[in-house]
Design a protein around this ligand. Sequence first.
Ligand code: OAD
Length: 264
Amino acid sequence: MKREAGLQQEIGLAAQALRLARRVVVFTGAGISAESGIPTFRDALTGLWSRFDAAELATPEAFERDPALVWGWYEWRRRRALAAKPNPGHVAVAALAEHCAEFCLMTQNVDDLHERAGSREVIHLHGSLHQPRCSACGRAFDYESSSEPMGGGELSEGRLDPPACGDCGEPVRPGVVWFGEPLPSAALERAFAAAGDCDVLISVGTSGVVYPAAQVPIHARQSGAVVIEVNPQPIGVAATHFLAGPAGVILPKLVRLASADSAL
Ligand code: OAD
């Protein structure tokens, strides 16, 4: 009871900070898509990295060693993302943008649920499952988005040969950032510029352990912004307001409160 009252009060304070803000940044991680049925990476039992080995699946070396294993795994994830629907957390983020003088959304997620909830100009720090490209020449792979597995041969035990690039014939790779690879520099620059120049940053559903993305909320805080963290578990980043709970519950409340008699 006391805890619930504390949370309501904290949501009220966070909403007040949002009402006073001119420039708002939202920074999201896998947790915002959890309620859409997309597994996170590090949650015990359900997280992808508790069931799969990142070194076998999410590195350039893994793709070189066994392209069918890696492509098949990402095809499984792409089709799963395609079958998922945006949840009230994604919808609240899109609604918040409409109330802000300046708004910037950046995500570490490789699904497209923010866009499908109506968000525009989303900065994708870790790429996208929906933008495969040639592993050699980098040409974007032109494909019809469907839930059919994309590639050669049968999808068996998660393995699938990647399609060949229409230009150079080399294998197409997932359009995501793998461990050991740099983040897309334009996205990273825009993210840090926005975080360093905002009044409020809302960090949602991220464990804050993968750098450089994890530095974004820290940079905002160090630059003087109010940082609001939404997560069922505190992650140890010194947030100004920690709102304990699932994004699909907390964000709609926060946005509703912040936009009532809106100065946003
Ligand atoms: P993680 O799996 O590391 O963290 C997910 C966070 O979401 C945890 O802190 C959970 O407590 C929280 N969470 C779970 N359910 C939630 C809910 N319903 N609402 C809000 N929060 C919830 O995912 P990320 O921090 O996004 O990188 O992981 C960062 C990067 O590590 C990913 O982009 C990916 C991964 O390896 C690459 O693939 C390059």
